[in-house]
Design a protein around this ligand. Structure first.
Ligand code: ATR
Length: 285
């Protein structure tokens, strides 16, 4: 029950109406009997600074930050964790006695999702398709986990090159290849990868049936193929990968585990992952 001692958390985004996070977090608070609530806040770009000041003014316990504020929020915080600074994006803010600390739990969430699939990236070759914000969290996570090498394919080669540079600065071998290389010289690189991660928005609109031009014969048994999209639950790309014999995982696992990591930062309690997963599955159904 909401009363005078309820701690408030939530999410700042624009749009925010589609968010699945309230279902996941409120189910978790209830399951552990914590007097917390999680609310959606529709925050427009021009209102972000006022909204962040409001975390302190209203004494919120913390918030998630989503599109389009993940980068813009950094200079508004008192402290930013090193990994979030490296990624250049914050998705979780914790109010520590009036000091706002920014974290990026997307990276942790991605690694926990790999762990759930029984995959250890240490020393193994990985391919990342796309070079936007989501790809940035993925490559930093993989670099921190000691991945063998990363090859990044992107439509805009310069963005892939910048991301490869970031990975090399972490002491991991990295290369950037163009979109066209997926069907050419890069096909062998995909075939030799232990992990392939699709981070672009291609496939999000099933009626368009879009997918990155990865030749299906480059995918097969022994590979883990991850698509960060969770709606639809199986993109055309993931379907091709599964048909080729690869193990596949959609974006729900990362969504779940980034939420679990944020929950732990706010409450100091181990997240009830099973409860959170069931809540997500229920709203996605
Ligand atoms: P996110 O935070 O979800 O990663 P983003 O930062 O806008 O979003 O990045 C979107 C990614 O999807 C980029 O890699 C983008 O490629 P470009 O860097 O060339 O823009 C990729 N992407 C989006 N639409 C695409 C399309 N129609 N074809 C190929 N790549 C696309």
């Amino acid at each position: 029950m909401i009363n005078g001692e309820t701690r408030v958390t939530g999410i700042f985004g624009d749009p925010v109406a589609h968010t699945l996070s309230p279902a996941m977090h409120n189910a978790a608070f209830t399951a552990l009997g914590l007097n917390f609530v999680y609310l959606p806040f529709h925050v427009r770009r021009e209102a972000l600074a006022a909204a962040v000041a409001g975390i302190k003014a209203l004494g919120l316990a913390g918030v998630n930050i989503t599109v389009p504020h993940k980068e813009a929020v950094l200079p508004l915080l008192d402290e930013v964790a090193e990994e979030a600074r490296l990624i250049g994006a914050v998705n979780t803010v914790v109010n520590r006695g009036g000091a706002l600390v920014g974290y990026n739990t997307d990276a942790t969430g991605f690694l926990r999702a790999l762990q759930e699939a029984g995959f250890d990236p240490a020393g193994r070759p990985a391919v990342v398709i796309g070079a936007g914000g989501a790809a940035r969290a993925v490559v930093v996570a993989l670099a921190r986990a000691g991945v063998g090498e990363i090859t990044i394919f992107n439509r805009t080669l310069s963005r892939a090159a910048a991301l490869a540079e970031l990975v090399r600065a972490e002491g991991i071998a990295a290369a950037a290849l163009s979109w066209a290389d997926l069907t050419g010289a890069g096909k062998k690189v995909v075939a030799q990868a232990a992990l392939v991660v699709q981070t672009t928005s291609l496939g999000m609109h099933p009626q368009e049936e879009d997918a990155p031009p990865v030749p299906p014969e480059a995918l097969g048994p022994g590979q883990l193929v991850v698509d960060l999209i969770y709606s639809p639950p199986e993109t055309r790309f993931l379907r091709l990968a599964r048909a080729a014999g690869a193990t596949t995982q959609n974006g729900m696992a990362m969504l779940l585990h980034q939420g679990a990591a944020a929950f732990e930062l706010w409450t100091g309690r181990e997240a009830p992952v099973g409860v959170m997963r069931a809540a997500l599955e229920n709203v996605l159904r």
